[in-house]
Design a protein around this ligand. Structure first.
Ligand code: HSE
Length: 440
């Protein structure tokens, strides 16, 4: 049977991984797919470098549109990234009747609805296993393996850069800025790390998972996003003393009022497996009503781990492309005419528990005033810790750190209690607030 012909748009780290793994595992992949899958055309601005990677047998061009226009190409792999030219090329590939594989989480989180609608109308597949958690087959798990379940929540470490930085901060007692520099020196963080450290990359991935888990449109613009840049080494230390680790989690949860979609640092009980995911690794917990809690762990980035996900999509498309479009797995797991309009909840409506750290004057009645505000707001305290932090100056400054863990409360309620506590003259510095997830 004629091989499936693939055109690669962009041959950087992931693209070369796709090419190499397809070559190396060709025989096994063909036995699984039922047909040979071949990269026959590559578009890259650096044609000489690209030709060096793929060898003389593959046509290399510097114009991506030449790949899309080639009638022999069955599947286009978009590995350019970003929303600009990548979006135009994906839409053009769909219009040309090509199936598309992409690792572009930003593109799908922002423009997924338009892209999936266009693909549905044209009867082609847009596959994106590599867009979330790299090599971990979490899209397949959510869309197919867990299809019997009402998904209740998902919580994931879905950004390796920030997990590496947080691991370094905890292991070595480093401040954020020092750990970031280390991560950049070692190649775990980019020269401009904004998307990673501000939580944007994780929010792209959480947005895609929320859509698949709950059958809602992708709504990145409604995600609450908070990165790790304001975390201090002392918070990691205090969390540890209370039995928690701090992780940047992407969370999406179905509640009676709507869907929570949020990315922020979270205290996680140290005894949970996910709390022990270290370095640049990723992990995703999924809670389903039938299956209970499941956990998926692996590399979230890198050449061959990401290629593993891209090639899985190539094999799926190879197996399914001749099937009736109605019989294929829907892009967002639910049939397009059965999507839900459950709203994404504003952050004020999210219910969770909290870690609060406040630097206070070490004098009589301070704790009573703080706990009085929490009590009058209906916020129940779980634990209190008082510590003389190294930089407080102890007895000389008469200041101390007060750390409070609360039980669940509405974010809006916590915000107004925080404003009242911050206004106390005995609270001498901005209060640090970190959300806490028991993940039970
Ligand atoms: N920058 C991402 C990370 C890579 O650190 O996980 C894949 O999205």
């Amino acid at each position: 049977m004629k091989s499936i012909q693939v055109g690669l748009l962009g041959i950087g780290t992931v693209g070369s991984g796709v090419f190499n793994v397809l070559q190396r595992n060709r025989e096994e992949i063909t036995r699984r797919a039922g047909r040979d899958i071949e990269v026959t055309m590559v578009a890259d601005l650096d044609t000489a470098r690209a030709q060096g990677i793929v060898g003389p047998g593959v046509k290399v061009v510097n114009d991506a549109r030449a790949v899309i226009a080639n009638p022999d190409i069955d599947i286009v792999i978009e590995l350019i990234g970003g929303y600009g030219i990548a979006k135009a090329l994906v839409m053009e590939a769909i219009a040309a009747g090509k199936h598309v594989v992409t690792a572009n989480k930003a593109l799908l989180a922002v423009h997924g609805t338009e892209i999936f609608e266009a693909a549905h109308r044209k009867g082609v597949m847009v596959a994106f296993e590599a867009a979330v958690a790299g090599g971990i087959p979490i899209i397949k798990a959510l869309r197919e393996g867990l299809t019997a379940n009402r998904i209740q929540w998902i919580a994931g470490i879905i950004n390796g850069t920030t997990n590496f930085i947080l691991s370094e901060m905890r292991d070595k007692g480093l401040d954020f800025a020092v750990a970031l520099k280390d991560a950049q020196r070692l190649g775990y963080a980019e020269a401009d790390p904004t998307f990673d450290i501000e939580g944007v990359d994780a929010a792209h991935k959480a947005t895609i998972m929320s859509a698949i888990a709950f059958g809602i449109p992708v709504q990145f613009d409604k995600a609450y996003i908070e990165g790790i840049t304001k975390l201090g080494a002392q918070d990691i230390r205090y969390a540890e003393q209370l039995g928690y680790r701090i992780k940047l989690l992407g969370i999406t949860k179905k509640t009676a009022k709507g869907v929570e979609l949020r990315v922020h640092p979270s205290l996680v009980p140290a005894k949970r497996l996910i709390a022990n995911v270290e370095g640049a690794m990723n992990a995703v917990m999924v809670q389903g009503d039938a299956v209970g809690t499941t956990l998926y762990y692996g590399k979230g980035a890198g050449s061959e781990p990401t290629a593993s996900a891209v090639i899985a999509d190539l094999v799926d498309i190879t197996r399914l492309h001749t099937a009736d479009a109605a019989q294929r797995v829907p892009h967002l797991a639910f049939q397009p005419d059965s999507m839900s309009d459950a709203p994404i909840l504003p952050m004020d409506e999210v219910v969770t528990s909290y870690y609060l750290r406040m630097r206070v004057a070490d004098e009589a009645g301070v704790l009573a005033k703080v706990t009085g505000i929490l009590a009058s707001s209906g916020i129940s305290i779980d634990a209190v810790l008082q510590r003389e932090a190294d930089d407080v100056g102890g007895a000389e400054t008469h200041q101390t750190d007060l750390i409070i863990l609360t039980h669940d409360t509405r974010e809006g309620t916590m915000n107004s209690a925080l404003a009242q506590m911050q206004a106390l003259p005995t609270v001498v510095a901005p209060i640090t607030r970190i959300r806490k997830e028991e993940l039970a």
